[in-house]
Design a protein around this ligand. Structure first.
Ligand code: BYC
Length: 481
């Protein structure tokens, strides 16, 4: 019997969606492919297209053994279209279509909104590759370089995932949107990427680790809510994307932790107890803890903006129409329709913040953002446990949700990271205390130097505890050409 979950590697595009018998979509994808490769060669990792990279490639969609590792040149990576296994007779779990069979085709009345969700999701994936394209040149080790490239090829696969949905289910308009995903460019004034954080620079490796910790986690939360969708192909696509996403957040959390560890080690060795003795600490060639906190402030606040406005009719409509659910919707015990429920929303009122009950339906972006904050805080607590272990008196903190915001209820006010109101002048004059200044940026950049000796690491970061795919410390993760 044909295994419905097996990946077909015979067609030009590996897939488990039966592309070989779906000529129309296969043709559309094959037509899109050369433009994609042009994009990858122009905007993907700069200077490493010929290198052999020890990458994992998805070879199946079952939880155990879904990937295999081998040396690959990135332009030859087998980007495929992979959906999580189909759940027979799946019923929709929320919204006005709750308990109806999940849709295998796009319901006409929800076409525009579903297409928009796929386009926004799709747009972030190539954007992150563009943001990170220069980082290979300053990779602190071959291990880190490999992780960067792994993240890049998988984000690019996530672009494929959305392009497949657009081309299969959204006709001519979907094909035009698939072209648009290759046309926009992160940070470009004339054709920027769609969401704020994806037009910011990722200038150094600390920013990369912060991005993969904070911003990839927004990706996780958004994918989790799309994984609940009544539109089954979207739910299955995003469910498989989540399998890959876990490694990206691991790269972020462990990356920050390794930077912290190196700083603590250097401080202890030099007998420096005060973490705010910044000049002395920087002279050791490591990143001082207050600068790490500033980077966290920046990336957390940018990532909060990605959840949209706290009060959003778009979010209410998407939920009500059973298109985008809550985080772990299937584990929540309520009516899954939110007809009468309320949710507490923190609002600025006369210079103070007060909790106001709002209809839960319109507060869904905030609810997801609160779930995100809880998870994010978990990693910050782990970094703080590391401080205690090292005996250094410093505590990392997530800034207030009011700090440095551009979207939603706090976008027009300024506060300190503790949430104290400031006027614009005060904020601008003190901004460098809380967000990376140009001097901080210049210092971090001055440390960024490529290290290519297998098993060696730049002086500002400690080695990982274990290798990828259980490889030993001196494994050559990238064979540079
Ligand atoms: N920047 O009601 P509102 C990832 C727009 S990351 C610019 O407040 P809504 C990844 C909004 O589009 C996850 N514009 O918000 C991570 C709307 O515009 P229109 C990506 C913004 O619609 C790392 C208007 O403001 N996936 O995967 O409820 C590496 C009013 O909207 C922003 C998704 O986001 C912003 N920050 O929610 C690689 C999931 N925020 O329609 C990948 C799909 C809002 O009036 N997207 N606007 O022109 C969505 O679910 C929602 O569109 C949003 C916004 C959560 C983004």
């Amino acid at each position: 019997m044909l295994d419905a979950n097996a990946v077909d590697y015979e067609t030009s595009i590996p897939n488990n969606v039966g592309l070989s018998s779906d000529r129309r979509v296969l043709k559309a994808l094959e037509k899109w492919h050369p433009g994609y490769l042009d994009w990858w060669n122009e905007m993907g990792p700069e200077g490493f297209q010929e290198s052999l990279v020890y990458l994992r490639t998805a070879v199946g969609v079952e939880p155990g053994g879904w990937a295999k590792f081998d040396y690959v040149r990135m332009p030859e990576y087998r980007w495929g279209v992979l959906l999580a296994p189909k759940e027979e007779d799946r019923l929709i779990g929320f919204g006005q279509h709750k308990d109806q069979p999940a849709w295998q085709e796009v319901p006409g009345e929800y076409r525009a909104i579903l297409q928009r969700l796929c386009v926004i999701q799709g747009d972030t994936e190539p954007a992150s590759v563009e943001q990170q394209r220069h980082l290979g040149k300053t990779a602190p080790s071959l291990y880190d370089m490999r992780n960067l490239f792994q993240v890049n090829v998988e984000e690019a696969r996530h672009l494929w995932a959305m392009v497949y949905l657009l081309q299969k289910y959204f006709g001519k308009e979907g094909r035009a949107e698939a072209e648009g995903l290759l046309f926009r460019r992160s940070g470009d004034d004339d054709k920027p990427r769609m969401l704020g954080a994806f037009n910011e620079a990722t200038p150094d490796w600390l920013s990369f680790f912060m991005f993969t910790y904070f911003t990839d986690r927004d990706g996780k939360m958004q994918l989790e809510s799309l994984a609940q969708s009544g539109f089954d192909p979207l739910a299955r696509t995003t469910r498989f994307m989540l399998t890959e996403e876990a490694h990206h957040m691991f790269v972020g959390e462990s990356g920050v932790s390794r930077v912290i560890q190196r700083t603590c080690d250097a401080m202890k060795r030099a007998g420096i107890e005060n973490p705010f003795d910044i000049d002395k600490i920087r002279a050791l060639g490591v990143i001082d803890l207050p600068t790490i906190q500033k980077k966290a402030n920046l990336h957390y606040s940018l990532s909060l903006d990605l959840f949209g406005s706290e009060i959003s009719t778009n979010a209410a409509t998407a939920f009500n129409n059973s298109l985008k659910g809550r985080y772990k919707e299937d584990k929540i015990e309520d009516d899954h329709q939110l007809i009468t429920e309320t949710y507490p929303v923190l609002k600025p009122v006369d210079g103070k913040f007060v909790l106001v009950d709002e209809p839960a339906l319109t507060a869904l972006n905030l609810r997801l953002r609160d779930d995100y904050t809880r998870e994010t805080d978990g990693g910050v607590r782990r970094w703080n446990r590391q401080m205690v272990k090292n005996g250094i008196d410093f505590e990392f903190k997530l800034p207030s949700v009011s700090f440095n915001r551009s979207i939603g209820l706090f976008s027009n006010i300024h506060t300190t990271p503790e949430g104290e109101a400031l006027n614009q002048e005060e904020f601008l004059s003190r901004k460098d205390e809380w967000l990376p200044s140009s001097d901080d940026g210049a210092f971090v950049s001055s440390l960024m130097e490529q290290v290519t000796e297998p098993g060696s690491f730049a002086g500002w970061i400690s080695p990982p505890r274990i290798g990828i795919d259980n490889k030993t410390g001196d494994f050559e993760y990238v064979r540079l050409q």
